[in-house]
Ligand binder design. Structure first.
Ligand code: URA
Ligand code: SF4
Length: 212
C-alpha cells in the first residue's frame, strides 16, 4: 500500500473508532491531515472544540498561531502533516488519560511508519512523552535528538504561547531551527552509507546531531 493509502485507511478507521471513551463525546474524530510526502510531522495533543466541529487538526486559535509559525519558515500546511496523540476531543479539553493515549497509539504509529518523516516536531508534553520519556520541556525544547530512529524536536504547545506571552517568542525561535534540522537530515541521508555489499565507505552515522 502507498503512504497515501495507509493514511486513508487509518483515517477511515479513526472516523468510526470506539476503542476508548473519548468516542462518546466527539462530534467528529480528527485523524490528522497533510502531505503524504511531508518531510516534517507535527504531533499535537488532541482536538479542541473547533477541531471536533470540523474534523480537522489545529483549526482554532492555537492553529492560527501554528499557521503563523509555519509561514515564518516558509512552510504551508500542505507541505507538512499534522496530527495528534488522541484523535477525539477530551471533554472540556481536559488532558488525555494514559489509557486513552494507549488506545489511540496504534493509529499514530501507523501514520509515522507510513510517512517516515525526516523530522518529527512534538507540540506539548503528551507527544513529547512518546519520544522523550519524562524529560522536562524547559530543558529540551528546540533541540534535535534522534529517538526511535527519527530526528525529533520537542516544542512548547502553541496554545501555551497564547496563554503566556513570554513563551510566544521561545516557540518562534524554536521554529526557526526546523529548516536547519531538515537540511541536516538531508545531508545525513545524502552521506549515509549505501546498503551493505556496495563499495560505499562504512561510517557510523552520527548519533548526536552536529548542529545542536
Ligand atoms: N491542540 C492540539 O493539541 N491539537 C489540535 O488539533 C488543536 C489544538
Ligand atoms: Fe479511538 Fe483514538 Fe478516538 Fe479513542 S481517541 S475513540 S482510540 S480514535
Amino acid at each position: 500500500m502507498s503512504t497515501e493509502e495507509i493514511l486513508q485507511e487509518v483515517a477511515l478507521e479513526v472516523s468510526t473508532c470506539s476503542k476508548c471513551n473519548l468516542c462518546k463525546g466527539r462530534k467528529r474524530a480528527v485523524p490528522g491531515e497533510g502531505n503524504p510526502n511531508a518531510r516534517v510531522l507535527f504531533i499535537g495533543e488532541g482536538p479542541g472544540y473547533h477541531e471536533d466541529q470540523q474534523g480537522r487538526p489545529f483549526v482554532g486559535p492555537a492553529g492560527q498561531f501554528l499557521d503563523e509559525l509555519l509561514a515564518s519558515i516558509n512552510l504551508k500546511r500542505s507541505d507538512v502533516f499534522i496530527t495528534n496523540v488522541v484523535k477525539c476531543r477530551p471533554p472540556s479539553n481536559r488532558d488525555p488519560l494514559p489509557e486513552e493515549i494507549t488506545a489511540c497509539n496504534d493509529y499514530l504509529d501507523r501514520q509515522i511508519a507510513a510517512l517516515k518523516p525526516q523530522v518529527i516536531v512534538t507540540l506539548g508534553r503528551f507527544s513529547m512523552a512518546k519520544f522523550f520519556g519524562n524529560a522536562k520541556i524547559s530543558a529540551i525544547h528546540g533541540r534535535a535528538q534522534k529517538k526511535d530512529g527519527y530526528i525529533c524536536i520537542a516544542m512548547y504547545h502553541p496554545a501555551a504561547g497564547l496563554h503566556q506571552a513570554s513563551l510566544k517568542n521561545v516557540i518562534r525561535e524554536d521554529f526557526k531551527k526546523i529548516p536547519l534540522v531538515i537540511a541536516e537530515a538531508e545531508r545525513m541521508k545524502a552521506t549515509a552509507p549505501k546498503e551493505a555489499g556496495t563499495s560505499a565507505p562504512k561510517e557510523e552515522p552520527p548519533q548526536q546531531l552536529s548542529l545542536f
